[in-house]
Write a protein that binds this ligand. Structure first.
Ligand code: NAD
Length: 457
Protein backbone atom coordinates (compact mmCIF):
# COMPACT_ATOMS: atom_id res chain seq x y z
CA UNK A 1 0.00 0.00 0.00
CA UNK A 2 1.34 3.41 -0.96
CA UNK A 3 0.80 6.58 1.06
CA UNK A 4 -1.01 9.67 -0.17
CA UNK A 5 0.57 12.95 0.97
CA UNK A 6 -1.81 15.87 1.29
CA UNK A 7 -0.38 19.37 0.99
CA UNK A 8 -1.82 22.81 1.61
CA UNK A 9 -1.61 24.49 -1.83
CA UNK A 10 -1.50 27.95 -0.23
CA UNK A 11 1.70 27.22 1.68
CA UNK A 12 3.10 24.00 0.26
CA UNK A 13 3.07 22.51 3.77
CA UNK A 14 2.35 18.84 4.34
CA UNK A 15 -1.03 18.49 6.09
CA UNK A 16 -1.01 14.73 6.56
CA UNK A 17 -0.17 11.41 4.98
CA UNK A 18 -2.82 8.73 4.53
CA UNK A 19 -2.48 5.07 3.57
CA UNK A 20 -3.82 4.84 0.03
CA UNK A 21 -5.91 2.04 -1.43
CA UNK A 22 -4.43 -0.43 -3.86
CA UNK A 23 -5.89 -2.91 -6.34
CA UNK A 24 -6.42 -5.56 -3.63
CA UNK A 25 -8.22 -3.26 -1.18
CA UNK A 26 -10.34 -1.73 -3.95
CA UNK A 27 -11.35 -5.25 -5.03
CA UNK A 28 -12.29 -6.26 -1.49
CA UNK A 29 -14.34 -3.10 -0.96
CA UNK A 30 -16.11 -3.55 -4.29
CA UNK A 31 -17.06 -7.12 -3.40
CA UNK A 32 -18.36 -6.02 0.00
CA UNK A 33 -20.41 -3.27 -1.66
CA UNK A 34 -21.87 -5.82 -4.09
CA UNK A 35 -23.10 -7.91 -1.14
CA UNK A 36 -24.40 -4.96 0.85
CA UNK A 37 -26.29 -3.20 -1.95
CA UNK A 38 -29.40 -5.43 -2.16
CA UNK A 39 -29.92 -5.06 1.60
CA UNK A 40 -29.72 -1.28 1.29
CA UNK A 41 -32.07 -1.31 -1.69
CA UNK A 42 -34.55 -3.39 0.32
CA UNK A 43 -34.88 -0.62 2.93
CA UNK A 44 -37.85 1.64 2.35
CA UNK A 45 -37.20 4.95 0.65
CA UNK A 46 -38.25 6.63 3.90
CA UNK A 47 -35.48 4.79 5.79
CA UNK A 48 -32.90 5.87 3.26
CA UNK A 49 -34.26 9.43 3.39
CA UNK A 50 -33.82 9.48 7.16
CA UNK A 51 -30.13 8.72 6.69
CA UNK A 52 -29.77 11.63 4.27
CA UNK A 53 -31.64 13.90 6.70
CA UNK A 54 -29.13 12.84 9.37
CA UNK A 55 -26.30 13.61 6.96
CA UNK A 56 -27.77 17.10 6.43
CA UNK A 57 -27.91 17.67 10.17
CA UNK A 58 -24.25 16.62 10.42
CA UNK A 59 -23.24 19.12 7.71
CA UNK A 60 -25.06 21.90 9.59
CA UNK A 61 -23.53 20.87 12.92
CA UNK A 62 -19.93 20.57 11.63
CA UNK A 63 -20.08 23.27 8.96
CA UNK A 64 -17.26 25.45 10.26
CA UNK A 65 -14.87 22.53 10.73
CA UNK A 66 -15.75 21.12 7.29
CA UNK A 67 -15.11 24.52 5.71
CA UNK A 68 -11.70 24.70 7.40
CA UNK A 69 -10.76 21.24 6.12
CA UNK A 70 -11.73 22.13 2.55
CA UNK A 71 -9.90 25.46 2.66
CA UNK A 72 -6.74 23.86 3.98
CA UNK A 73 -6.52 21.11 1.38
CA UNK A 74 -7.77 23.02 -1.70
CA UNK A 75 -6.79 26.65 -1.03
CA UNK A 76 -10.40 27.77 -1.47
CA UNK A 77 -11.08 31.06 0.36
CA UNK A 78 -12.87 30.29 3.62
CA UNK A 79 -15.96 32.37 2.76
CA UNK A 80 -16.36 30.33 -0.42
CA UNK A 81 -15.94 27.07 1.48
CA UNK A 82 -18.78 28.14 3.76
CA UNK A 83 -20.82 29.20 0.71
CA UNK A 84 -20.38 25.76 -0.83
CA UNK A 85 -21.51 23.99 2.32
CA UNK A 86 -24.46 26.34 2.80
CA UNK A 87 -25.31 25.88 -0.89
CA UNK A 88 -25.32 22.12 -0.39
CA UNK A 89 -28.27 22.30 2.00
CA UNK A 90 -30.91 23.28 -0.60
CA UNK A 91 -29.52 20.56 -2.87
CA UNK A 92 -30.05 17.98 -0.15
CA UNK A 93 -33.54 19.38 0.44
CA UNK A 94 -34.28 19.14 -3.27
CA UNK A 95 -33.23 15.49 -3.46
CA UNK A 96 -35.26 14.66 -0.36
CA UNK A 97 -38.34 16.47 -1.66
CA UNK A 98 -38.20 15.12 -5.21
CA UNK A 99 -36.93 11.58 -4.84
CA UNK A 100 -40.20 9.82 -4.14
CA UNK A 101 -41.96 11.32 -7.14
CA UNK A 102 -38.97 11.01 -9.48
CA UNK A 103 -38.77 7.24 -9.03
CA UNK A 104 -42.44 6.43 -8.42
CA UNK A 105 -43.77 3.53 -10.49
CA UNK A 106 -45.85 4.75 -13.40
CA UNK A 107 -48.77 2.99 -15.06
CA UNK A 108 -48.61 4.09 -18.67
CA UNK A 109 -51.31 1.80 -20.13
CA UNK A 110 -54.29 -0.02 -18.65
CA UNK A 111 -56.83 -1.51 -21.08
CA UNK A 112 -58.61 -4.80 -21.62
CA UNK A 113 -56.87 -6.53 -18.72
CA UNK A 114 -53.41 -5.48 -19.92
CA UNK A 115 -51.34 -3.10 -17.83
CA UNK A 116 -47.96 -1.55 -18.62
CA UNK A 117 -45.80 -0.10 -15.89
CA UNK A 118 -42.40 1.54 -15.55
CA UNK A 119 -40.52 0.87 -12.35
CA UNK A 120 -37.22 2.42 -11.39
CA UNK A 121 -34.66 -0.07 -10.08
CA UNK A 122 -31.29 0.98 -8.68
CA UNK A 123 -28.35 0.46 -11.03
CA UNK A 124 -26.53 -1.52 -8.30
CA UNK A 125 -22.97 -0.59 -7.38
CA UNK A 126 -21.86 2.70 -8.86
CA UNK A 127 -18.42 4.31 -9.04
CA UNK A 128 -18.12 8.03 -8.43
CA UNK A 129 -14.74 9.41 -9.49
CA UNK A 130 -14.66 13.05 -8.63
CA UNK A 131 -12.91 16.43 -8.94
CA UNK A 132 -11.55 18.72 -6.22
CA UNK A 133 -12.84 22.17 -7.15
CA UNK A 134 -16.29 21.88 -5.54
CA UNK A 135 -15.87 18.58 -3.72
CA UNK A 136 -19.10 18.80 -1.72
CA UNK A 137 -21.20 19.77 -4.73
CA UNK A 138 -19.80 17.38 -7.31
CA UNK A 139 -19.48 14.55 -4.78
CA UNK A 140 -22.98 14.89 -3.40
CA UNK A 141 -24.64 15.47 -6.80
CA UNK A 142 -23.87 11.79 -7.38
CA UNK A 143 -23.66 10.23 -3.92
CA UNK A 144 -26.98 11.47 -2.53
CA UNK A 145 -29.35 10.51 -5.37
CA UNK A 146 -27.42 7.26 -5.84
CA UNK A 147 -27.93 6.30 -2.19
CA UNK A 148 -31.53 7.49 -2.07
CA UNK A 149 -32.41 5.33 -5.06
CA UNK A 150 -30.84 2.24 -3.47
CA UNK A 151 -27.36 2.03 -4.94
CA UNK A 152 -24.06 1.36 -3.19
CA UNK A 153 -21.40 3.97 -3.94
CA UNK A 154 -17.67 3.46 -4.40
CA UNK A 155 -16.45 7.03 -4.18
CA UNK A 156 -12.97 8.04 -5.26
CA UNK A 157 -12.61 11.71 -4.34
CA UNK A 158 -9.85 13.68 -5.95
CA UNK A 159 -6.43 13.25 -4.38
CA UNK A 160 -6.62 17.05 -3.90
CA UNK A 161 -9.82 16.82 -1.81
CA UNK A 162 -9.41 13.51 0.00
CA UNK A 163 -9.95 14.84 3.51
CA UNK A 164 -13.23 16.37 2.37
CA UNK A 165 -14.19 13.09 0.71
CA UNK A 166 -13.55 11.31 3.98
CA UNK A 167 -15.73 13.84 5.81
CA UNK A 168 -18.60 13.18 3.38
CA UNK A 169 -18.30 9.45 4.07
CA UNK A 170 -17.98 9.99 7.84
CA UNK A 171 -21.17 12.02 8.05
CA UNK A 172 -23.08 9.49 5.94
CA UNK A 173 -21.86 6.62 8.13
CA UNK A 174 -22.76 8.51 11.29
CA UNK A 175 -26.23 9.05 9.84
CA UNK A 176 -26.73 5.33 9.35
CA UNK A 177 -25.54 4.52 5.82
CA UNK A 178 -23.66 1.20 6.12
CA UNK A 179 -19.90 1.36 5.61
CA UNK A 180 -20.00 -1.15 2.75
CA UNK A 181 -22.73 0.85 0.99
CA UNK A 182 -20.85 4.15 1.08
CA UNK A 183 -17.15 3.59 0.52
CA UNK A 184 -14.54 6.33 0.23
CA UNK A 185 -11.35 5.21 -1.51
CA UNK A 186 -8.06 7.00 -1.00
CA UNK A 187 -5.58 7.64 -3.77
CA UNK A 188 -4.90 9.18 -7.15
CA UNK A 189 -5.60 8.19 -10.74
CA UNK A 190 -4.27 4.66 -10.27
CA UNK A 191 -6.89 3.98 -7.59
CA UNK A 192 -9.55 5.39 -9.93
CA UNK A 193 -8.18 3.00 -12.56
CA UNK A 194 -8.37 0.03 -10.17
CA UNK A 195 -11.98 0.96 -9.37
CA UNK A 196 -12.90 0.80 -13.06
CA UNK A 197 -11.62 -2.77 -13.18
CA UNK A 198 -14.26 -3.91 -10.67
CA UNK A 199 -17.66 -5.30 -11.46
CA UNK A 200 -19.65 -2.06 -11.37
CA UNK A 201 -22.98 -1.01 -12.80
CA UNK A 202 -22.35 2.67 -13.44
CA UNK A 203 -19.50 5.16 -13.65
CA UNK A 204 -20.17 8.78 -12.75
CA UNK A 205 -17.14 10.92 -13.40
CA UNK A 206 -16.42 14.60 -12.84
CA UNK A 207 -13.07 15.89 -14.01
CA UNK A 208 -10.99 16.83 -17.00
CA UNK A 209 -11.70 15.98 -20.61
CA UNK A 210 -8.43 14.02 -20.90
CA UNK A 211 -9.28 11.72 -17.97
CA UNK A 212 -12.89 11.43 -19.13
CA UNK A 213 -11.69 10.16 -22.49
CA UNK A 214 -9.45 7.59 -20.82
CA UNK A 215 -12.30 6.40 -18.63
CA UNK A 216 -14.66 6.12 -21.61
CA UNK A 217 -12.10 3.96 -23.40
CA UNK A 218 -11.67 1.73 -20.36
CA UNK A 219 -15.32 1.06 -19.60
CA UNK A 220 -16.78 1.47 -23.11
CA UNK A 221 -16.38 -2.18 -24.06
CA UNK A 222 -18.29 -3.36 -20.99
CA UNK A 223 -21.51 -1.40 -21.67
CA UNK A 224 -21.49 0.07 -18.18
CA UNK A 225 -23.64 3.16 -17.78
CA UNK A 226 -21.27 6.11 -18.10
CA UNK A 227 -21.72 9.77 -17.24
CA UNK A 228 -18.96 12.29 -17.80
CA UNK A 229 -19.07 15.85 -16.46
CA UNK A 230 -16.04 17.52 -17.97
CA UNK A 231 -14.50 20.90 -18.56
CA UNK A 232 -15.67 23.94 -20.46
CA UNK A 233 -14.63 27.15 -22.15
CA UNK A 234 -17.72 29.04 -21.15
CA UNK A 235 -18.45 32.22 -23.15
CA UNK A 236 -20.51 35.30 -22.35
CA UNK A 237 -21.59 38.01 -24.76
CA UNK A 238 -22.26 41.55 -23.53
CA UNK A 239 -24.58 43.44 -25.88
CA UNK A 240 -24.38 47.20 -26.43
CA UNK A 241 -27.62 47.84 -24.49
CA UNK A 242 -26.23 46.26 -21.29
CA UNK A 243 -25.05 48.42 -18.40
CA UNK A 244 -21.25 48.09 -18.78
CA UNK A 245 -20.52 48.55 -15.11
CA UNK A 246 -23.13 46.08 -13.83
CA UNK A 247 -22.14 43.50 -16.48
CA UNK A 248 -18.43 43.93 -15.73
CA UNK A 249 -18.91 43.50 -11.99
CA UNK A 250 -21.06 40.43 -12.46
CA UNK A 251 -18.70 38.84 -14.99
CA UNK A 252 -15.53 39.61 -13.04
CA UNK A 253 -17.07 37.60 -10.21
CA UNK A 254 -18.13 34.87 -12.67
CA UNK A 255 -14.60 34.63 -14.03
CA UNK A 256 -12.62 34.88 -10.79
CA UNK A 257 -14.83 33.30 -8.09
CA UNK A 258 -13.11 30.24 -6.60
CA UNK A 259 -9.95 31.63 -8.20
CA UNK A 260 -11.42 30.79 -11.60
CA UNK A 261 -11.43 27.09 -10.75
CA UNK A 262 -15.08 26.37 -11.47
CA UNK A 263 -16.26 24.19 -14.32
CA UNK A 264 -18.75 26.96 -15.18
CA UNK A 265 -16.39 29.89 -14.63
CA UNK A 266 -16.74 32.52 -17.31
CA UNK A 267 -13.70 31.71 -19.47
CA UNK A 268 -14.08 34.15 -22.38
CA UNK A 269 -16.02 37.38 -22.86
CA UNK A 270 -17.22 39.00 -26.07
CA UNK A 271 -18.24 42.64 -25.79
CA UNK A 272 -20.06 44.73 -28.37
CA UNK A 273 -17.64 47.32 -29.78
CA UNK A 274 -19.92 50.19 -28.70
CA UNK A 275 -19.36 49.50 -24.99
CA UNK A 276 -16.14 47.49 -25.11
CA UNK A 277 -13.85 50.15 -23.63
CA UNK A 278 -16.23 51.13 -20.82
CA UNK A 279 -16.79 47.46 -19.98
CA UNK A 280 -13.04 46.73 -19.86
CA UNK A 281 -12.40 49.74 -17.62
CA UNK A 282 -15.00 48.57 -15.08
CA UNK A 283 -13.84 44.96 -15.35
CA UNK A 284 -10.22 45.80 -14.56
CA UNK A 285 -11.29 48.08 -11.71
CA UNK A 286 -13.40 45.30 -10.19
CA UNK A 287 -10.65 42.69 -10.48
CA UNK A 288 -8.10 45.09 -8.95
CA UNK A 289 -10.39 45.27 -5.93
CA UNK A 290 -10.31 41.50 -5.32
CA UNK A 291 -8.28 40.67 -2.24
CA UNK A 292 -5.69 37.96 -2.86
CA UNK A 293 -4.01 36.15 0.02
CA UNK A 294 -4.29 33.62 2.80
CA UNK A 295 -7.43 31.53 2.04
CA UNK A 296 -8.12 31.27 5.78
CA UNK A 297 -8.66 35.05 6.04
CA UNK A 298 -12.22 36.31 6.00
CA UNK A 299 -11.58 39.01 3.38
CA UNK A 300 -9.73 36.84 0.86
CA UNK A 301 -11.39 36.57 -2.53
CA UNK A 302 -8.58 35.12 -4.68
CA UNK A 303 -7.12 31.97 -3.13
CA UNK A 304 -4.48 29.46 -4.16
CA UNK A 305 -4.26 27.42 -7.35
CA UNK A 306 -5.03 23.92 -6.10
CA UNK A 307 -2.95 21.88 -8.55
CA UNK A 308 0.66 23.00 -9.07
CA UNK A 309 0.82 21.98 -12.78
CA UNK A 310 -2.00 24.42 -13.56
CA UNK A 311 0.38 27.33 -12.94
CA UNK A 312 2.31 26.38 -16.07
CA UNK A 313 -0.90 26.06 -18.10
CA UNK A 314 -1.83 29.61 -17.12
CA UNK A 315 1.65 30.94 -17.87
CA UNK A 316 1.65 29.22 -21.25
CA UNK A 317 -1.74 30.68 -22.20
CA UNK A 318 -0.68 34.21 -21.26
CA UNK A 319 2.64 33.93 -23.13
CA UNK A 320 0.90 32.47 -26.21
CA UNK A 321 -1.66 35.30 -26.21
CA UNK A 322 0.97 38.03 -25.81
CA UNK A 323 3.11 36.53 -28.56
CA UNK A 324 0.10 36.69 -30.90
CA UNK A 325 -0.70 40.33 -30.11
CA UNK A 326 -2.88 40.35 -26.99
CA UNK A 327 -2.53 43.20 -24.54
CA UNK A 328 -2.05 42.35 -20.89
CA UNK A 329 -3.97 44.77 -18.67
CA UNK A 330 -3.48 43.04 -15.36
CA UNK A 331 -1.50 40.19 -13.77
CA UNK A 332 -0.04 37.61 -16.12
CA UNK A 333 2.36 35.81 -13.83
CA UNK A 334 2.82 33.46 -10.94
CA UNK A 335 3.07 35.24 -7.64
CA UNK A 336 6.21 34.75 -5.57
CA UNK A 337 6.43 32.93 -2.25
CA UNK A 338 5.59 29.41 -1.11
CA UNK A 339 2.45 27.69 -2.38
CA UNK A 340 0.65 27.99 -5.72
CA UNK A 341 -0.35 31.53 -6.61
CA UNK A 342 -1.33 33.23 -9.84
CA UNK A 343 -2.16 36.87 -10.25
CA UNK A 344 -5.66 37.69 -11.52
CA UNK A 345 -5.09 38.34 -15.21
CA UNK A 346 -7.01 40.31 -17.84
CA UNK A 347 -6.14 40.15 -21.54
CA UNK A 348 -7.69 42.21 -24.36
CA UNK A 349 -7.11 42.31 -28.14
CA UNK A 350 -7.47 38.54 -28.06
CA UNK A 351 -8.75 36.24 -30.82
CA UNK A 352 -9.35 32.56 -31.46
CA UNK A 353 -5.82 31.88 -32.66
CA UNK A 354 -4.91 32.10 -28.96
CA UNK A 355 -5.21 29.23 -26.48
CA UNK A 356 -6.65 31.55 -23.85
CA UNK A 357 -9.81 31.77 -26.01
CA UNK A 358 -10.03 28.10 -26.95
CA UNK A 359 -8.57 25.89 -24.18
CA UNK A 360 -9.87 25.64 -20.62
CA UNK A 361 -7.82 27.93 -18.35
CA UNK A 362 -9.19 26.86 -14.96
CA UNK A 363 -7.61 29.78 -13.20
CA UNK A 364 -8.00 33.52 -12.60
CA UNK A 365 -7.38 34.61 -16.19
CA UNK A 366 -9.76 35.98 -18.78
CA UNK A 367 -9.68 37.14 -22.40
CA UNK A 368 -12.05 39.91 -23.52
CA UNK A 369 -12.71 40.18 -27.26
CA UNK A 370 -14.46 43.01 -29.13
CA UNK A 371 -17.29 41.99 -31.52
CA UNK A 372 -19.36 43.88 -34.08
CA UNK A 373 -22.74 42.32 -33.30
CA UNK A 374 -24.87 39.28 -32.46
CA UNK A 375 -23.95 37.13 -35.47
CA UNK A 376 -20.24 37.41 -34.83
CA UNK A 377 -20.79 36.75 -31.11
CA UNK A 378 -22.80 33.59 -31.78
CA UNK A 379 -20.23 32.32 -34.25
CA UNK A 380 -17.40 32.84 -31.76
CA UNK A 381 -19.33 31.40 -28.81
CA UNK A 382 -19.88 28.23 -30.83
CA UNK A 383 -16.28 28.09 -32.04
CA UNK A 384 -15.30 25.56 -29.37
CA UNK A 385 -15.25 21.83 -28.78
CA UNK A 386 -16.82 22.39 -25.37
CA UNK A 387 -20.42 23.21 -24.45
CA UNK A 388 -21.06 23.54 -20.73
CA UNK A 389 -22.58 27.02 -20.18
CA UNK A 390 -22.99 30.26 -22.09
CA UNK A 391 -24.53 33.65 -21.28
CA UNK A 392 -25.78 36.94 -22.68
CA UNK A 393 -26.08 40.33 -20.98
CA UNK A 394 -28.75 42.54 -22.55
CA UNK A 395 -31.87 44.39 -21.44
CA UNK A 396 -33.87 42.60 -24.15
CA UNK A 397 -35.12 39.13 -23.17
CA UNK A 398 -36.24 38.20 -26.68
CA UNK A 399 -32.79 39.07 -28.04
CA UNK A 400 -31.17 36.97 -25.31
CA UNK A 401 -33.47 34.06 -26.09
CA UNK A 402 -32.76 34.34 -29.83
CA UNK A 403 -29.00 34.29 -29.22
CA UNK A 404 -28.96 31.57 -26.57
CA UNK A 405 -31.17 29.28 -28.67
CA UNK A 406 -28.35 29.21 -31.23
CA UNK A 407 -25.59 28.44 -28.73
CA UNK A 408 -24.52 24.85 -28.13
CA UNK A 409 -24.39 24.49 -24.34
CA UNK A 410 -25.98 22.47 -21.55
CA UNK A 411 -26.96 25.58 -19.53
CA UNK A 412 -27.59 29.13 -20.73
CA UNK A 413 -27.81 32.34 -18.70
CA UNK A 414 -29.47 35.69 -19.28
CA UNK A 415 -27.87 38.49 -17.21
CA UNK A 416 -26.28 36.00 -14.83
CA UNK A 417 -23.42 33.49 -14.89
CA UNK A 418 -21.53 30.80 -12.96
CA UNK A 419 -24.77 29.49 -11.50
CA UNK A 420 -26.05 25.97 -10.79
CA UNK A 421 -29.54 25.07 -9.59
CA UNK A 422 -30.60 21.74 -8.09
CA UNK A 423 -33.93 22.10 -9.92
CA UNK A 424 -32.31 22.21 -13.38
CA UNK A 425 -30.33 19.52 -15.18
CA UNK A 426 -26.56 20.01 -15.18
CA UNK A 427 -25.02 18.71 -18.36
CA UNK A 428 -22.56 19.44 -21.12
CA UNK A 429 -22.52 18.91 -24.84
CA UNK A 430 -19.54 18.08 -27.07
CA UNK A 431 -16.32 17.65 -25.12
CA UNK A 432 -18.03 18.90 -21.93
CA UNK A 433 -19.46 15.45 -21.42
CA UNK A 434 -22.43 13.12 -21.56
CA UNK A 435 -25.25 12.50 -19.11
CA UNK A 436 -26.43 14.83 -16.37
CA UNK A 437 -26.83 15.37 -12.66
CA UNK A 438 -29.37 17.42 -10.66
CA UNK A 439 -33.08 17.95 -11.41
CA UNK A 440 -35.50 15.03 -11.41
CA UNK A 441 -33.53 13.54 -14.33
CA UNK A 442 -30.41 13.55 -12.15
CA UNK A 443 -32.26 11.32 -9.68
CA UNK A 444 -33.61 8.97 -12.34
CA UNK A 445 -30.07 8.71 -13.76
CA UNK A 446 -29.22 6.31 -10.93
CA UNK A 447 -32.02 3.93 -11.83
CA UNK A 448 -32.80 1.54 -14.61
CA UNK A 449 -36.37 1.99 -15.82
CA UNK A 450 -37.74 -1.53 -16.01
CA UNK A 451 -40.69 -2.34 -18.29
CA UNK A 452 -43.51 -4.39 -16.73
CA UNK A 453 -46.12 -6.03 -18.99
CA UNK A 454 -48.92 -7.28 -16.72
CA UNK A 455 -51.97 -9.29 -17.76
CA UNK A 456 -54.45 -10.45 -15.15
CA UNK A 457 -55.15 -14.17 -15.55
P1 NAD B 1 -8.84 15.13 -13.29
O1 NAD B 1 -9.37 14.59 -14.56
O2 NAD B 1 -7.39 15.38 -13.18
O3 NAD B 1 -9.22 14.17 -12.06
C1 NAD B 1 -10.55 13.81 -11.77
C2 NAD B 1 -10.57 12.49 -11.03
O4 NAD B 1 -10.15 11.44 -11.91
C3 NAD B 1 -9.65 12.44 -9.81
O5 NAD B 1 -10.31 11.80 -8.77
C4 NAD B 1 -8.47 11.61 -10.32
O6 NAD B 1 -7.77 10.94 -9.31
C5 NAD B 1 -9.17 10.64 -11.24
N1 NAD B 1 -8.33 10.01 -12.28
C6 NAD B 1 -7.24 10.52 -12.88
N2 NAD B 1 -6.77 9.65 -13.81
C7 NAD B 1 -7.59 8.56 -13.78
C8 NAD B 1 -7.64 7.33 -14.50
N3 NAD B 1 -6.75 7.04 -15.45
N4 NAD B 1 -8.63 6.46 -14.23
C9 NAD B 1 -9.57 6.74 -13.29
N5 NAD B 1 -9.55 7.89 -12.57
C10 NAD B 1 -8.58 8.80 -12.81
O7 NAD B 1 -9.67 16.47 -13.02
P2 NAD B 1 -9.54 17.48 -11.80
O8 NAD B 1 -8.31 18.29 -11.92
O9 NAD B 1 -9.81 16.78 -10.53
O10 NAD B 1 -10.81 18.43 -12.06
C11 NAD B 1 -10.77 19.58 -12.87
C12 NAD B 1 -11.59 19.36 -14.12
O11 NAD B 1 -12.90 18.95 -13.76
C13 NAD B 1 -11.77 20.63 -14.92
O12 NAD B 1 -11.61 20.33 -16.28
C14 NAD B 1 -13.22 21.03 -14.63
O13 NAD B 1 -13.81 21.81 -15.64
C15 NAD B 1 -13.87 19.70 -14.48
N6 NAD B 1 -15.11 19.79 -13.71
C16 NAD B 1 -16.28 19.62 -14.38
C17 NAD B 1 -17.48 19.74 -13.71
C18 NAD B 1 -18.79 19.58 -14.41
O14 NAD B 1 -19.80 19.53 -13.74
N7 NAD B 1 -18.83 19.50 -15.72
C19 NAD B 1 -17.47 20.02 -12.33
C20 NAD B 1 -16.25 20.18 -11.68
C21 NAD B 1 -15.07 20.06 -12.38
Amino acid sequence: MKDLSIHNPATGELITTLPADDAASVGAKARAAREAQPVWAAHSLQQRMRCIEGFRAGVVRDLEQLAQVMTRETGKPIRMSRNELNGLLPRIDFFLAECEQAIAAETVFDEGGMREQIQHEPLGVVANISAWNYPWFVGCNVILPALLTGNAVLYKPSEYATLTGQEIARLLHEAGVPRDVMVCLVGGGEVGGALLEQQIDGVFFTGSHATGQRIAQTVGQRFVKLQLELGGKDPTYVCEDADPQAAAESLADGAMYNTGQSCCSVERIYVHEKIHDAFVEHFVKTVRGFQRGDPAREDTYIGAITRTPQLDVLDRQVADAQRKGAQLLLGGRKASGPGNWYEPTVLVDVDHSMEVMTEESFGPIIGIQKVAGDDEAVRLMNDTRYGLTAGVYTRDESRARRILAQVRAGSVYWNCCDRVSPRLPWSGVGDSGVGLTLSKYGIQAFTRPKAWHLRAA
